[in-house]
Design a protein around this ligand. Structure first.
Ligand SMILES: *Cc1c(COP(=O)(O)O)cnc(C)c1O
Length: 231
């Protein structure tokens, strides 16, 4: 049963939070359902799970439009400007704002739908060439620019995808650095932002991420099993 996997992850999160002297309730578990059938989401929904993550905008759209009972979908993966229209009215949170060009498009669609859109800024903390996201040095000037230029975008936090490593301890410095960056951003008191969310940690390293201050973890494989991209 998927709910048993989910509950096990939730239990590990709660334990990690307590080890770090944190309140487990401050951490949201986003179940990453990408590539998995709608029936998997519906099974968890029936057991009370509400937060799901998708990385492909069309897949998010199709699942949103066909699900039998509403859930909250998070757009967690890279978002191309021409696909903003699929998620603007369907995602509760976009985790992957990483360019002014994308912000322009989100603003345009937000105006069209008369809404304010909550977003996280994606940080490529380790500076990996293969990854999207802005550098940590760019973070504060970038957030200031978006906050100033785009009234229908509300930045509520930051997100990172840490490198895939054998030992999750290798990513601890990244999670620590992201937490410090969040505090630095908060202390800037930038108008038109409401920064508190720290989205980091996946199947391999979510416990370390929680110990270092994650408020949102995105876990797929540990809940749904391995993904098969060939079907
Ligand atoms: C796939 C994905 C995850 C979940 O990865 P797992 O290792 O399966 O837990 C988390 N975040 C993003 C952005 C992803 O694309």
């Amino acid at each position: 049963m998927l709910i048993d996997n989910y509950n096990k992850v939730r239990e590990n999160i709660d334990k990690a939070a307590k080890r770090a002297g944190r309140n487990p309730e401050d951490i949201t578990l986003v179940a990453v359902s990408k590539t998995k059938p709608l029936s998997d989401i519906e099974e968890l929904r029936a057991a009370g799970v509400m937060e799901f993550g998708e990385n492909k905008p069309q897949e998010l759209r199709d699942k949103y439009d066909n699900i039998s009972a509403p859930v909250h979908f998070h757009q967690i993966g890279h978002l191309q400007t021409n696909k903003v229209k699929y998620v603007i009215d369907r995602a509760v949170l976009i985790h992957s704002l990483d360019s002014i060009k994308l912000a322009q498009e989100i603003e345009k669609e937000a105006v069209k739908h008369s809404k304010t859109v909550d977003v996280l800024v994606e940080i490529n903390y380790a500076g990996e060439e293969s990854k999207f996201g802005i550098t940590k040095e760019q973070a504060i000037p970038f957030i200031k620019e978006v906050a100033e230029s785009f009234p229908h975008i509300r930045i509520v936090g930051i997100m990172t995808i840490a490198p895939f490593v054998d030992d999750p301890e290798e990513n601890r410095f990244i999670f620590k650095g992201m937490h410090q960056l969040l505090l630095d951003i908060i202390s800037e008191n930038i108008h038109n932002t409401n920064v508190s969310v720290l989205s980091m940690g996946m199947t391999n390293d979510y416990e370390v991420a929680v110990e270092e201050g994650a408020t949102m973890v995105r876990v797929g494989t540990a809940i749904f099993g391995e993904r098969n991209y060939n079907i």
